[in-house]
Design a protein around this ligand. Sequence first.
Ligand SMILES: [Zn+2]
Ligand SMILES: [Zn+2]
Length: 389
Amino acid sequence: MRALCWQDVNDLRVQSVPDPEIVNPRDVVLRVTMTTPCGSDLHFIDGYLPTMREGDVIGHEFMGEVVETGRKVEAVSAGDRVVVPSFIGCGSCGYCRDDLWSLCDNTNPNAELQEPILGDTTAGIYGYTHAFGGYAGSHAEYVRVPHADENCFHVPDELEAEQALFASDAWATGYMGADFCDIRDGDTVAVWGCGGVGLMAQHSAALMGAERVIGIDRFPERLRAARNEAGSETIDYTAVDSVVDTLKEMTGGRGPDACIDAVGMEAHGTGIEHAYDRAKQSLRLHTDRGTALRQAIRACKKGGTLSILGVYGLLDKFPMGVVMNKGITVRTAQQHGQRYVPDLLEYAAEGELDPSYLATHERSLEEGPAAYELFKHKKDGCIRPVLTP
Ligand SMILES: [Zn+2]
Ligand SMILES: [Zn+2]
């Protein structure tokens, strides 16, 4: 089959690779019908996230049609149209049973690569380094999905592909970030970042009853999407002296009740030691990306919530004293998609939230490297390109 593969830093190529096969009796193989790059993919493309190998198939947000099932799969059959969360759950460990799916104990076979860094292991993820399991990704004609009964979710017939695809990750992550904020009527929620996850966090916060949602970014088309699609107010951070002061002014001096960081600090990735040093050399990235989190901490109301969705590794100058003295609750996780996807598909089917506006460019798999360029450099108003293998 054809697949989009990582070759080296800033070198992606479409090439022929072996077709995936059923390895375990609970696996299925999907024909991928739509898949999208994620901001977190840029970390290893830019070389900040180690343990990628030449020829690795990338991509972790996807949907498709089941073409082959292992003999112990019960919940899905050949021909079913399903969407799959990016983190792989087993469904039976304590973490999965507690709905903390990205912490699954059983789906990352490469524990020895993660433990020195995290002191623990996360779930596996498709197409996202060997430290995260080394699974082949979804930017391909076919992909193997382990533990299919837990990881495949039927897409209602009435939904278009673009309406279901983002439940795989961008929407589930954004929704989780808003869920972490325990939003009450009258709350104001500020969201750093108006990419796919940031827009979905804003849109979900509004759905959960936030009275005001404020999106922060610098790209005009993203700020426009925040206003027009998610119903947010917006701050262009290049147009104000201080984002923190602006937020305080907008909220009667108190600050937002909850702040969501949907930016992250690319430079630090999941940091195997030398990645940290490399990151320190990239001072521009370091200061750019750390700024969002520090602003969120300073802007947040006393006693408020900080919800962190951005990907971080080792972080310098985290103002823990501000967090502590202001009594801020910090909540964060990689996405627990399996917990949210059924609700998201229902929202989409009922027309309460249509995430398809994230898909600004549709491209073939062969056009994958060019689509990543468009995405990485946010050219041509790109929020998310979608690939249709
Ligand atoms: Zn993602
Ligand atoms: Zn598990």
